[in-house]
Write a protein that binds this ligand. Structure first.
Ligand SMILES: CC(C)(COP(=O)(O)OP(=O)(O)OC[C@H]1O[C@@H](n2cnc3c(N)ncnc32)[C@H](O)[C@@H]1OP(=O)(O)O)[C@@H](O)C(=O)NCCC(=O)NCCS
Length: 280
């Protein structure tokens, strides 16, 4: 069965609520602010069922650099396996390629099956670690006053580790009330945490070494008492061990994939947590 009768539409800010319905139905953590970011800074697209309900979505987010990101690929269960995700991702690929950008995305296991057929190849894998809300927060834990993290430093560090300039995304995160940014004393690393629908989302975490990343994470995690997610490249075993000892468990895993390119962008040696699978 094909989706020929379901044309692709552009989403605008009036679709934030229906986008939230799709991502919440899948148990995802995105907020209305996240949807707004895609709609305002990228091209968010979807398909509607004949009754008008949004049943599929995807978004292409160009970054300043050699690649752009594809996120929010969702199809409601009753409309799956009809080629809708393939059609939406094809459109996002077109949008990014026309700008000369390599399409990159973070795939769930379901998504990986779709994207492999389209020519995406894995670059590296990462795990989503989840810690439930603390029932009795450690009142003695050292928590940080929100630190003054110079925006320019944060953007430059993120650029080097991630491989593209994401200043609009970083500015959006920092504008949100609940966001906290911690910087390493020598300004060679930083860690962010922001609000999510189900749990606070830590990331990106950029550092000059795994040791420095752990120090940043210890400070960051001590300041969050609610449920917390963090997406850590599987290669960082010391961090994985520490998260396991600190009440986190792996919820699921993802693959960073790029169209026809196995070599990661940026500097994976400095990337200790991604911003989230929707943004990379
Ligand atoms: C992943 C998802 C978007 C796929 O949407 P979809 O519209 O059903 O995908 P398509 O119909 O375009 O699938 C194309 C092909 O990919 C493969 N595929 C898709 N879903 C698959 C699955 N769950 N298991 C194995 N193969 C799958 C199949 O080969 C399929 O072709 P076929 O149906 O002819 O066999 C949908 O399952 C979904 O929303 N899942 C939950 C959210 C999610 O994980 N999103 C991906 C984020 S990276």
């Amino acid at each position: 069965m094909t989706s020929e009768r379901l044309p692709i539409i552009d989403l605008d800010l009036s679709d934030v609520e229906s986008g939230m319905a799709l991502s919440s139905e899948a148990g995802w953590n995105q907020t209305a602010d996240d949807w707004r970011h895609f709609i305002t800074n990228g091209q968010a697209i979807g398909v509607r069922a004949p009754g008008g309900r949004l049943v599929g979505s995807a978004a292409a987010l160009p970054y300043d650099g050699p690649f752009g990101f594809i996120g929010m690929v969702l199809v409601t269960p009753q409309w799956r396996r009809r080629g809708i995700a393939t059609q939406l991702v094809d459109q996002c690929i077109k949008v990014l390629c026309e700008k000369g950008l390599t399409p990159v995305l973070d795939a769930t296991a379901d998504g990986e099956a779709v994207y492999r057929k389209q020519g995406f190849v894995p670059q590296f894998r990462f795990d989503r670690w989840e810690r439930p809300a603390l029932t009795s927060p450690d009142k003695t834990a050292q928590t940080d006053a929100p630190s003054v993290c110079a925006m320019a430093t944060l953007v430059d560090l993120d650029h080097e580790a991630f491989g593209a300039d994401r200043r609009r995304l970083m500015a959006d995160f920092l504008d949100r009330n609940a966001t906290k940014a911690l910087c390493a004393e020598d300004n060679s690393g930083f860690a962010l945490v922001r609000d999510g629908r189900r749990a606070a989302q830590a990331g990106p975490v950029v550092a000059s070494s795994q040791h420095q990343a752990l120090q940043l994470l210890e400070r960051l995690v001590a300041g969050v008492h609610g449920a917390l997610f963090i997406d850590v490249p599987s290669t960082w075993q010391d961090i994985g061990r520490w998260l396991g000892e600190s009440g986190f468990a792996i919820q699921r895993s993802f693959a960073r994939m790029a169209l026809d390119r196995a070599r990661p962008f940026g500097n994976p040696q400095h990337l200790f947590a991604v911003a989230g699978p929707e943004f990379g």
